[in-house]
Design a protein around this ligand. Structure first.
Ligand code: PLP
Length: 392
């Protein structure tokens, strides 16, 4: 189906081959194409609110290491986002960290396959199923990846969301919600009928998205530099102004249909670039996150330098040499829920560096980026990570 201003319409013929492929791969009973992954999450949260005993405010557990939209969307859907700490070596949720944050009001857990890495989700899925808590797989960064047991990413959760927007694996525009349980599909059909009808126009959405990004980065810098402690006090009251960003209709089914057959080639090209980084960076004063090798998909090649303080300096020096490096992400609990302490996430965020592997990166550029990293690697010296605690 296609979500058009909160009406479900039949999938146009040109998108049906892609729809059939995803449905078969995931074992999904209902696919809903929409404008963004965030829109898929919005409806997943609304469905999750229908499950279990009624609570005043449903809670959604998210990994602390993620972009802001899964949390911002939870607020837009009327839920309280809660933040679980992450595995310090991957930045992803574990059964233990989820268990720590789980309570009577928990209605869903979003597992994010970060940077294309995957994990064995079966123990978490079984634990959540016993408690009637919805498991949502966010495969925005892991489109086409496989889990350690070989099953496709997105095929274990009760629902899964995909993004086809800029910076993701396919960048043609759009998003997708896949539902794997008849009961949740039925909830969605009923909810959408009474859903919000109006949407902001795309020009306003683009301006608001830029404003949101600026606000986010401005506040995160205050925490990164330890210039301010409380940034949630500034960030949370602004969230309502951006709520129109999260429910977006699919603008063009044709672009997804056209891009779909290119997925395998795009993933191969990314893996080839990741392999260059992996070989050239082996043995450095950093830990390489090589989970993309087993998952098959690399979103951004990621490193955890052995020093959190030096990591920012290294990023800056490599950027000055003309290479694209990001430090994604800042812990979401700092922005949305400071009461949820996530010390491993803070240490991870202060260390992580992400290198580009998209279509625009040539093999020469990737190799030159590695030389730049080695040239400046000495800024990581003189600091003992073991002795450093995260600042709280
Ligand atoms: C980009 C991203 C989203 C949001 O995708 P949109 O299509 O922009 O809504 C959600 N989750 C993760 C992990 C992402 O990387």
């Amino acid at each position: 189906m296609i979500l058009d201003h909160s009406r479900l319409c039949d999938t146009p013929a040109l998108l049906r081959p892609a729809e059939e492929k995803v449905a078969n791969t995931l074992g999904a009973t209902l696919l809903v194409w929409c404008g963004r992954a965030a829109t898929g999450l919005y409806w997943a949260y609304r469905v999750a609110q229908q499950c279990g005993r009624p609570v005043r405010r449903a809670e959604i557990i998210l990994p602390s290491i993620a972009c802001a939209s899964p949390a911002a969307t939870a607020l837009a859907a009327g839920c309280r986002p809660r933040f679980a700490d992450v595995d310090p070596s991957t930045g992803m949720l574990t059964l233990e960290t989820v268990r720590d944050r789980c309570c009577e009001a928990t209605r869903a857990v979003v597992f994010i396959h970060l940077y294309g890495q995957t994990a064995d989700l079966r123990p978490l899925a079984a634990w959540l199923r016993d408690r009637d808590i919805v498991l949502v797989e966010d495969v925005a960064q892991a489109h086409g990846a496989v889990l350690p047991d070989g099953s496709p990413a997105g095929s274990v959760g009760d629902m899964s969301v995909y993004s086809f927007n800029r910076t993701k694996i396919l960048e043609c525009g759009g998003g997708l919600l896949a539902i794997r349980r008849d009961r949740y599909a039925k909830f969605l059909m009923d909810l959408v009928d009474g859903g919000p009808r109006g949407e902001i126009d795309s020009q306003t959405a683009a301006e608001l998205a830029l404003s949101y990004r600026n606000l986010y980065h401005a506040l995160v810098t205050l925490r990164r530099t330890r210039t301010a402690n409380d940034i949630a006090g500034a960030f949370l009251p602004m969230q309502d102004a951006y709520s129109g960003l999260y429910t977006r209709s699919l603008e063009d089914a044709g672009v997804i249909a056209a891009a779909w057959p290119t997925i395998a080639r795009v993933i191969r090209k990314r893996a080839a670039t990741a392999a260059i980084y992996s070989t050239a960076l082996a043995g450095g004063p950093w830990q390489c996150l090589d989970g993309w090798r087993s998952s098959g998909v690399c979103w951004r090649y990621s490193l955890l330098p052995n020093s959190s303080k030096g990591s920012q300096n290294l990023t800056e020096l490599v950027r000055r040499d003309g290479f694209r490096v990001s430090n994604l992400y800042w812990p979401l609990n700092d922005l949305f829920g400071p009461e949820d302490s996530c010390p491993a996430a803070e240490l991870f965020a202060r260390r992580v560096m992400n290198l580009w592997v998209d279509d625009t990166v040539t093999s020469e550029e990737a190799a030159a980026c590695c030389r730049s990293l080695w040239r400046h690697a000495k800024v990581l010296e003189g600091e003992n990570l073991e002795r450093q605690g995260p600042d709280s």
